[in-house]
Design a protein around this ligand. Structure first.
Ligand code: C5P
Length: 299
């Protein structure tokens, strides 16, 4: 039996998440600027008699271990394309918050895809892997490429973006997750009767990313899903305030939440914000992470 293959894959924060009106297919057009951050899951695939999944880590109990897991679906889709059986055991060593708005499930899908492609010796071109990622979910292609990228369409059409320097982030993890479809539904409810403009990437934000200027980026962060996440989870307002009071340059909900993200001017300030958030009692835990981070990588 051949040895397993392990892939390391990062979480993301959306530095711009501009959301258009609901489309006929139920999705929303986005101008979605993804930034990969240094919190990672590791996905290991090993040959097995049938497709099975296991998960370890503090929040492993919240991860589905059936075929609804994007990692399992990735193995099935890739195997079907090549007329082979997806007979692997997938182990997810989980460090990305579950249902937290940091694309942890998408990361596992991209990780399993690359791991299976490597284990089975397929050598699929990146374009083919990206196509499968887009079938798996709107955020999955970005988990594969990492770094920074603008996602248009429903977020799956990527343009790689330059990043001028390292940025220091703090992530506050809330108790329990938020369902992404539920947050989009709440966005639709809050915008009922409103003529929602077509989303466009912010030139100021792209400039700030390109120069790596944390102060300028702080002033340009956008998350149109934040009011919806706060409406469903009003307690997040206290977390945002606690981080800002502790010296964050900016605070925002990460994606559909409920994880909240804080931009710090340097590593020391980031550590101070973590301590203040923990002392505030307004989150379950808080961690530092730097950006950018590499996309899915075979270890
Ligand atoms: O693409 P994915 O399966 O990750 O999307 C999860 C859900 O999030 C969708 O079913 C939809 O409700 C919502 N969504 C959306 N518009 C997007 C991306 C996601 O409405 N651009």
């Amino acid at each position: 039996m051949s040895a397993g293959v392990t892939v390391r894959v990062p979480a993301k924060v959306n530095v711009q998440l501009s959301v258009g009106g609901v489309r006929p297919d139920g999705y929303h057009d986005l101008a979605n600027v993804f930034l990969a951050v240094g919190l990672h899951d590791e996905v290991t695939v090993t040959p097995a008699d049938t497709l099975t999944i296991s998960c370890s880590g503090p929040d492993a109990g919240q991860v589905p271990l059936d075929r609804s897991n994007l990692a399992a679906r990735a193995a099935e889709l890739l195997a079907a394309r090549h007329g082979i059986e997806p007979n692997v055991h997938i182990h997810i060593a989980k460090d990305i918050p579950v249902a937290g708005g940091m694309a942890g499930g998408s990361a596992d899908g991209a990780g399993a895809l690359l791991a299976c492609d490597t284990l089975w010796g397929l050598g699929s071109p990146q374009s083919e892997l990206l196509g499968i990622c887009a079938e798996l979910g709107s955020d999955v292609p970005f988990s594969l490429v990492g770094g920074a990228a603008l996602g248009t369409g429903r977020g799956e059409r990527l343009t790689v973006l330059p990043v001028g320097g390292d940025l220091h982030w703090v992530f506050a993890v809330a108790d329990g997750g938020l369902s992404t479809p539920a947050v989009y539904r709440e966005f639709d409810r809050l915008n009922e009767g409103v003529d929602v403009p077509a989303p466009v990437a912010s030139p100021d934000l792209l400039d700030a990313l390109r120069t790596g200027d944390a102060g300028a980026l702080a002033g340009a962060l956008v998350n149109d899903l934040q009011p919806a996440a706060l409406s469903l989870r009003p307690s997040l307002a206290a977390t945002l305030t606690a981080g800002t009071d502790a010296g964050a340059l900016a605070a925002l909900v990460s994606g559909s939440g409920p994880t909240t993200a804080f931009l710090a001017k340097d590593a020391d300030t980031a550590e101070h914000i973590v301590e203040a958030l923990l002392a505030s009692g307004s989150c379950r835990t808080a961690r530092v992470a730097q950006s950018p981070a590499r996309g899915a990588t075979v270890l």
